[in-house]
Design a protein around this ligand. Structure first.
Ligand code: NCN
Ligand code: DMD
Length: 340
């Protein structure tokens, strides 16, 4: 196995020496939950969401005063291979749409009072075409991971990790194939809506990228640099910074999950503070989640990206916390408890 570049030493440390969740905070949440006017367990996954917030915020009374969606945007040289239904310039155009309020994510966030921050990553400088060369050199990859850590500035109490980048479902497919095995055809899907010929070009591009970089894919971070993208590296940084600053994470769809997959491949415990918002309609997403022993919270047939699935999961988390904080107890409402 080739040696991992020393450029990644700090990232490896952040992936390895990890704070644990706060089990006393979880116990406090469970004790209150047991008193609320409902049969135990009847709010299902909503109860788990409140425990998740408590565990990773380290608070017996978790808060969602400042939830945040972050969108990392990057461009990809592999679009030269005809792998997307849309042209590369759409990435920058959609970034403008996010800030101008016209995108789906803008409206989800506006409706539900969730902050939205967009991180534009050198859109005029697409990464290398992975069928021909490395996406990023190791130092640039490490620097982009570090930049992604900016996401937790402003102290969000929950961060949703999303992305925008024409061509990035091909890049994510290449990452999964390198991490978990299989061929391009096993991991590609229709992304923004490619036809059958486009789907075949995607599978072929992944296979050629794997062959081009064979022998240099011995470490998950080397895989990220060779086959990844700026937004995926930055999402990894955001995810890591969140863990170290007690910010729970909701990961969006097929592409955002690939950043978590890199972390998980280095150290499975590094994603313990993450939940996966949904199962994307991108066909291999379910398989990628399964490879990490994870499940998506929702299954809405969505395949938009831009943090949209994660934002909807955050809406559920807000609802779950509101119930936890505001429902009556059996005692306060004079409701009789369970028999026996
Ligand atoms: O994350 C997902 O589940 C997902 C599934 C399909 C498409 N996307 C979005 O679509 C873009 C990539 O699609 P493509 O076809 O250009 O590779 C990118 O901006 C992603 O946010 C995202
Ligand atoms: C219009 C459009 C919006 C998107 N949002 C995330 N990825 C996208 C891709 C396209 C093409």
């Amino acid at each position: 196995m080739p040696q991992l570049s020393p450029a990644f030493a700090d990232v490896i440390e952040l992936l390895t020496i990890l704070p644990d969740g706060d089990e006393a905070a979880v116990a406090a949440v469970r004790a209150r939950d047991a008193q609320l006017t409902k049969p135990a367990g009847s709010l299902g996954a909503l109860e788990g969401l409140v425990e998740f917030l408590a565990r990773w915020q380290g608070r017996a009374q978790p808060r969602l005063d400042n939830p945040m969606v972050t969108i990392f945007a990057g461009n990809h040289g592999v679009t030269d291979q005809g792998v997307s239904a849309f042209p590369r310039e759409v990435t920058a155009q959609m970034v403008a749409n996010f800030t101008n309020g016209g995108a789906a994510i803008s409206q989800i966030c506006a409706l539900h009072e969730i902050n939205l921050r967009v991180f534009e990553l050198a859109l005029e400088l697409p990464t290398g075409d992975i069928t021909q060369e490395a996406a990023l050199d190791d130092k640039m990859c490490a620097a982009t991971i570090a930049y992604g850590m900016e996401a937790i500035a402003g102290k969000p109490d929950l961060i949703c990790i999303g992305e925008m980048g024409i061509g990035n479902t091909t890049v994510a497919a290449a990452l999964y194939a390198a991490l978990y095995g299989g061929t391009g055809a096993d991991w590609v899907g229709r992304g923004t809506g490619v036809d059958d010929a486009g789907l075949a070009r995607k599978a072929d591009a992944v296979d050629r990228a794997l062959a081009r970089h064979a022998g240099e894919l011995g470490h998950p971070l080397a895989i990220l640099a060779r086959l990844g993208g700026r937004e995926i590296a930055a999402m990894l940084g955001a995810l890591l910074a969140a863990r170290h600053q007690k910010v729970p994470v909701i990961v969006d769809g097929f592409v955002a999950t690939s950043a978590a997959a890199i972390a998980h491949a280095v150290n499975p415990a590094a994603i313990d503070h993450c939940i996966f918002a949904h199962v994307s309609a991108e066909s291999a997403h379910a398989r990628a989640l399964q490879a990490m022993g994870q499940r998506g919270l929702l299954d809405l047939g969505m395949r938009l990206g831009e943090g949209s699935g994660a934002a909807l999961a955050a809406v559920l988390a807000k609802t779950a916390l509101h119930l936890h904080n505001n429902m009556a107890t059996f005692e306060s409402a004079a409701v009789s408890g369970r028999e026996g």
